[in-house]
Design a binder for this molecule. Sequence first.
Ligand SMILES: CC(C)(COP(=O)(O)OP(=O)(O)OC[C@H]1O[C@@H](n2cnc3c(N)ncnc32)[C@H](O)[C@@H]1OP(=O)(O)O)[C@@H](O)C(=O)NCCC(=O)NCCS
Length: 170
Amino acid sequence: MPDSDRPADDRLRFAPMRRADIDAVVRIETESFPTPWHHGHFLHELDHNPYSVNRVLRCGGAVVGYASVWILDAELQVNKIAIDPAHRRKGYGRRLMRRLLTLAAEMRCRRVSLEVRPTNREARKLYLKLGFVEAGRRADYYGPGEPAILMRWVLPEGEGDVVGPGRSEV
Ligand SMILES: CC(C)(COP(=O)(O)OP(=O)(O)OC[C@H]1O[C@@H](n2cnc3c(N)ncnc32)[C@H](O)[C@@H]1OP(=O)(O)O)[C@@H](O)C(=O)NCCC(=O)NCCS
């Protein structure tokens, strides 16, 4: 269902991830990925990685999704994006990804890239709907015999320029 057909949810907020959010993020992460990042990994991204930008989607205060990206060399690389299983298929994933595309434009990135498992139909459909294209395959990316599909979203000509590393705030 397109976003325009969904009832607006005024309780939704896209916000910087805080240390206090990590437990909720790790719970969703563990329910979403076969080899999840642990608490310390997110803490490192928040406190020590200057290229890392981490966001949560809140609904009425509760974390219902999150994304962790790097912004580097005019590229926004999506490392993690997930929605709480209890809140999927409500348009939240699309909204979160759209906010990342807006962030990429604000940071003057030229492209957005990510890797996805060929078996992850839901995510691939979401990305294709938002205008991502398949840009190749990475053999053994997730382990022996487990390739990744590389997907890219390119900003319209002239909208991207130079981007400096560092944290962004939206
Ligand atoms: C992928 C993910 C983020 C989608 O989040 P979501 O909030 O459920 O997605 P949305 O409700 O915004 O759906 C957007 C589009 O994605 C596609 N989609 C999402 N879930 C789907 C499903 N179960 N089956 C088929 N298509 C699906 C549809 O095209 C949908 O558009 P539509 O509603 O118009 O049909 C979510 O499934 C998730 O967290 N998965 C686990 C983590 C993960 O795989 N992350 C991506 C790693 S690359």
